[in-house]
Design a protein around this ligand. Structure first.
Ligand code: PNS
Length: 167
């Protein structure tokens, strides 16, 4: 292994919106990577049922992770492996919250490996208190008037309030 080359990792996801669990994983990833690209997936199917558009999701991730100068937030379209190759990132980071995540994550990791054999996927485990948080539950609870302040950063909370208030 040539450690003269910095390790660039990608942390891909929908991040709609970015939660405290995602933030935890991103900061942990800096323990194994020199640079982390938080890669916000652009997906027209997701955008139809999601809360925030891709540019808003990028801005929110930048707002909450802006204190880490080794983290960059970008959006991408198309295959993750193509974006990884373009960015010179040989490592994909994903969070594993529970056994129920495992099947889907394994399938994605192996498909990505098939598409680009150079790619490695590693799974990081969030702090236990973040294990049950998911963006989809945050969206659901917030849209039904529930308090999601324990699951997202204040900047995200404000934007959720504005978005739902304007709908
Ligand atoms: O946060 P999510 O929604 O679980 O993230 C899923 C994501 C965006 C990582 C995955 O859908 C993805 O990689 N999409 C990009 C398109 C692609 O490469 N698909 C094949 C993945 S095996």
């Amino acid at each position: 292994m040539n450690r003269l080359r910095p390790i660039v990792a990608l942390y891909p996801g929908s991040f709609d919106p970015i939660t405290l669990g995602h933030e935890d994983i991103a900061r942990r990833a800096l323990r194994v990577a020199d640079k982390l690209i938080v890669a916000v997936a652009h997906s027209s199917t997701h955008d139809k049922r999601g809360l925030f558009g891709v540019d808003e999701r990028v801005r929110l991730a930048q707002a909450v992770l802006g204190d880490e100068d080794r983290i960059e937030v970008r959006s991408f379209e198309g295959l993750l492996v193509d974006f990884a190759r373009r960015e010179g990132a040989g490592l994909v980071v994903r969070g594993l919250r529970a056994v129920s995540d495992f099947e889907y994550e394994l399938q994605m990791a192996q498909m990505n490996q098939e598409l680009w054999p150079e790619i490695e996927t590693i799974f990081l485990v969030p702090e236990a208190r973040h294990s049950f948080i998911s963006s989809s539950l945050v969206r659901e609870v917030a849209s039904l008037g529930g308090d999601v302040s324990a699951f997202v950063s204040p900047a995200v909370l404000t934007q959720i309030g504005e978005k739902l208030g304007s709908n």
